[in-house]
Design a binder for this molecule. Structure first.
Ligand SMILES: [Zn+2]
Length: 275
């Protein structure tokens, strides 16, 4: 998930200032990304203007992590639906199921505000009475999803969080990388932080972006279709057509202004339908 508007510009400026005094750090350009990777993303209708190189792979569309192998295995998208709620083909199976989460606390871990945000995000899902529930545990090795810190480079580039989609064997994606500067640099509230963590948890259990068909709805800029991406973009029955920013908007919109986005009635319908 990325932050837009004036704050993003501030981050962009900070990047420029920082990199100008650090010869070892470079702003990613498309030249670093192999043509083959871009070609596969393009064929699968992903936005290739905003691909970022990151540790172990690439961040696509602002916050979706793929390894190079996953990108090379993408199938060209076949259909481009125009409705509000979408899921990937792979969903979490073995229901009912408790998904355990771990985030390190203390001096080298996340701040109390981040932990409070995680707990609030978990509470929002658990209040829905779904067949999946989340539980924060204190042991990273037995956790289904581990929350780790984004690289400083990604933080500086305005990434707020990133995650991937469920595995083919029906497990949630196992890692959410979160920015550690949401409170200190952006001044986000617990609810704003919870919204971003809940968004990344949404990816881990198979939600695509609500404004999938045109991410300019939440991200601004020119009209851009994310495409099917070869991971499936299946309309969830009972959810309305056309994403918008009315009220606070869906928690799965591609971009955020940092405000609180509790589940809308369409979000609740989608959660109830999938789980
Ligand atoms: Zn996202």
């Amino acid at each position: 998930m990325r932050k837009l508007n004036s704050l993003l510009l501030m981050v962009a400026c900070a990047c420029l200032i920082f990199t100008s005094c650090d010869n070892n750090s470079e702003i990613t350009s498309e030249q670093e990304i192999p043509q083959e990777v871009l070609a596969h993303l393009e064929a699968a209708h992903f936005d290739t203007d905003h691909v970022m190189v990151t540790e172990g792979g690439y961040i696509v569309e602002g916050d979706i992590f793929f390894t190079e192998q996953q990108i090379l295995n993408l199938n060209p998208g076949s259909h481009l639906p125009h409705a509000e709620q979408y899921s990937t083909d792979n969903l979490v199976t073995g229901l009912p199921r408790v998904i355990t989460m771990y985030a390190s606390e203390g001096r080298k871990g996340y701040s109390p505000a981040m932990i409070a945000g995680l707990d609030e995000a978990i509470a929002r899902f658990n209040a829905r009475g779904l067949s999946i529930t989340f539980q924060r545990i204190s042991n990273s090795r037995s956790a289904d999803i581990v929350m780790t810190r984004l690289s400083k480079r990604d933080e500086r580039r305005g990434v707020l969080g990133s995650a991937g989609f469920p595995t083919a064997s029906g497990d949630p994606y196992g890692e959410i990388k979160m920015s550690g500067i949401l409170e200190s640099s952006y001044g986000l509230s617990t609810d704003g932080i919870a919204t971003i963590i809940a968004h990344e948890m949404g990816h881990c259990i198979g939600f695509r972006h609500t404004d999938y068909f045109d991410r300019s709805i939440s991200c601004g800029g020119s009209t851009a279709n994310e495409g099917d991406g070869g991971v499936g973009a299946n309309h969830i029955p009972g959810t309305p057509t056309g994403a918008d920013l009315a009220g606070n908007g869906s928690w799965m919109l591609a971009c955020t202004d940092g405000s609180d986005r509790p589940f809308t009635s369409a979000d609740r319908t989608a959660l109830d339908y999938l789980y």
